[in-house]
Design a protein around this ligand. Sequence first.
Ligand SMILES: [Zn+2]
Length: 63
Amino acid sequence: MANERYVDPVCGMEITNIKDAIGPIEYMGKKYYFCEVEDKEKFEKNPMKYVKSKKEEKVKSMI
Ligand SMILES: [Zn+2]
């Protein structure tokens, strides 16, 4: 059995049971699960706020 770990990117809670989780939402090729509908809605409104992009990290290291 695959033991992939998912963390709710909005509140930071670990998803222990995907069957009870909200989702998945696919964003930038990655799947995200949420502990409640509210978190999912927050994520959908502004996913950039919750997902750290690799591009951003690159820019920071260049400065
Ligand atoms: Zn949550």
